[in-house]
Ligand binder design. Structure first.
Ligand code: ZN
Length: 401
C-alpha cells in the first residue's frame, strides 16, 4: 500500500474520489492531502439524487485531524452538478458538510473534546481559532436540538438566571424527569413562556404538562396558568429558599450601612451552615448571634427549611405557624414575604407532597456554572446558549465519525 492508498483508506474515500497527491512539509510540520475525482465522473444532484454531469468546480481546503504532530489539510476541487430539473447545485462531499472548512472527522473530535474541555482549550489544542470551534459546536447543538423528543415531557421547572451582573435575565425551561435544559428564553416573565412553546415547534404539547416548579412572581404564575392550563403549580424548596435569601440580603444591605461588621458577609447568610468553610464558620460565629435584623431574618430561613422534612399535613400546619410568627416580627421585609407564603401555601405544600427536592436545582446550577466556565471569554449570547445546551441539554451528538 503506498501513501496515497493509505490516506484514501483512512479517509474512507470511494470512487469517483481518490487521493491524487500527498505532500509532507517537514519544516512547517504540515501534511497536505490532495483529493480529486475521476475524469467524466457524474455526481448525484443533492435534491433528487439523479446522476448529473459536472458543471464547474471550485478549489477548496479543509482542516483535518492532525497526523502525528503534522497539521493536516485536505485540498480538492468541489464540483457543482448540473441537474436538468434543479439546475446547478454543489454536490455533497463524503468528508465535510457544506460550507464548513473542517472535515467531519475533526468536527467529531471537537464534539468529543467539548465534553471535558473549554472552547479556548480545544482551540489551543488544535491550533484553530476559537470562533471556528464555536461555529462547529453551534451547528451540531442546533441540529441535535431539532431532534430532541419532547413528547413525554410532563413536568417542568422554570427558573430565571441573572446575566451581566443582574442587568438582564434569561429563563430556563427544564425537563424535570429528563433532567435537561430544553429551552433558554431571553428575559423573564410571561413572554418567555410564549417563546418557549413557539420554539418547540409543536414537539411539546402544553396541555400534557402536569406539574411546573416555579417561583412566586406574579408574571411567572400568570404565564404558567395561561400556557400550561392543566399543570399544578408547585413552589418548591429551592424557589422558596431563594426568596428567603433575597429577603435576608436586602435586610443585610440596609443594615450594613450602619453596621460595619456586616460588610462582606453576604455568602455566610446564604449558605447552609453545614456548607461553610472553616474560615467562613469562624466569621459566621462572630456575627450570627448578634442582636441584629440580619441574624433574626436568618433564623426565619433555618426555620422554614424544616417544612420539607415533614409529611404534607404537618408541613401545612408548620408553615401556618411560621407565617404567624413572621407576620408578627418587626422586620417589614419578612412580614411581606410571610404574606406571599400565605398566598401560595397550597403550592408550597404541594412541593412537599410531590417530594420535589432541591436536587434538580443544584444539579442544574452546577451544570450552568460548568457551562459558563467552559465558555469563558465567549462573545455572543448564542454561544453562551450553545454551551449551556451542550453541558445541560442531554443532547446526543455525533462524536464519532
Ligand atoms: Zn435534481
Amino acid at each position: 500500500m503506498d501513501d496515497k492508498q493509505l490516506f484514501q483508506a483512512t479517509l474512507g474515500l470511494k470512487a469517483p474520489w481518490f487521493v491524487s497527491d500527498v505532500k509532507l512539509n517537514k519544516v512547517e510540520k504540515i501534511l497536505d492531502i490532495f483529493i480529486d475525482f475521476e475524469r467524466g465522473a457524474r455526481f448525484p444532484c443533492p435534491e433528487c439524487q439523479s446522476p448529473c454531469e459536472v458543471h464547474d468546480t471550485n478549489q477548496r481546503t479543509w482542516r483535518h485531524l492532525n497526523f502525528f504532530e503534522y497539521e493536516t489539510f485536505l485540498h480538492a476541487r468541489v464540483p457543482r452538478a448540473s441537474c436538468p430539473e434543479h439546475g446547478v447545485r454543489q454536490v455533497e462531499l463524503p468528508w465535510a458538510r457544506p460550507n464548513s472548512g473542517f472535515t467531519l472527522h475533526i468536527e467529531a473530535m471537537v464534539l468529543a473534546l467539548s465534553d471535558e474541555m473549554s472552547v479556548a482549550g480545544i482551540a489551543g489544542h488544535l491550533n484553530v481559532n476559537e470562533d471556528s470551534i464555536w461555529r462547529i459546536l453551534q451547528y451540531y447543538v442546533n441540529e441535535a436540538r431539532k431532534n430532541v423528543d419532547l413528547s413525554r415531557v410532563d413536568q417542568l421547572a422554570i427558573d430565571e438566571f441573572a446575566v451581566q451582573k443582574g442587568h438582564r435575565y434569561v429563563t430556563f425551561f427544564y425537563d424535570l424527569r429528563g433532567r435537561r435544559v430544553i429551552h433558554i428564553a431571553e428575559g423573564k416573565g410571561k413572554e418567555s413562556f410564549t417563546s418557549f412553546v413557539q420554539a418547540t415547534e409543536g414537539r411539546l404539547d402544553p396541555s400534557k404538562i402536569k406539574l411546573v416548579c416555579l417561583d412566586m412572581q406574579p408574571s411567572f404564575i400568570g404565564g404558567c396558568r395561561e400556557t400550561f392550563p392543566a399543570a399544578v403549580m408547585v413552589f418548591d424548596h429551592f424557589h422558596v429558599i431563594k426568596l428567603l435569601n433575597d429577603t435576608i440580603n436586602r435586610i443585610r444591605l440596609e443594615e450594613a450601612r450602619e453596621n460595619g461588621e456586616l460588610k462582606e458577609t453576604k455568602f455566610l447568610w446564604l449558605k447552609n451552615p453545614e456548607n461553610l468553610t472553616e474560615k467562613q464558620e469562624r466569621n459566621f460565629q462572630r456575627v450570627k448571634d448578634l442582636d441584629i435584623k440580619t441574624a433574626k431574618a436568618y433564623q426565619f430561613k433555618l426555620a422554614i427549611q424544616r417544612t420539607w422534612e415533614l409529611p404534607p399535613q404537618a408541613a401545612r400546619r408548620y408553615l401556618q405557624k411560621w407565617i404567624a410568627w413572621a407576620e408578627r416580627c418587626n422586620l417589614p421585609e419578612m412580614a411581606k414575604l410571610a404574606k406571599s407564603v400565605r398566598n401560595h401555601l397550597d403550592g408550597i405544600v404541594e412541593s412537599v407532597r410531590q417530594r420535589i427536592t432541591s436536587g434538580y436545582a443544584e444539579g442544574l446550577n452546577n451544570k450552568i456554572r460548568t457551562a459558563f466556565r467552559r465558555a469563558y471569554g465567549f462573545k455572543a449570547k448564542e454561544y453562551r446558549d450553545t454551551m449551556i445546551y451542550l453541558v445541560a441539554g442531554g443532547l446526543s451528538l455525533p462524536t464519532q465519525c
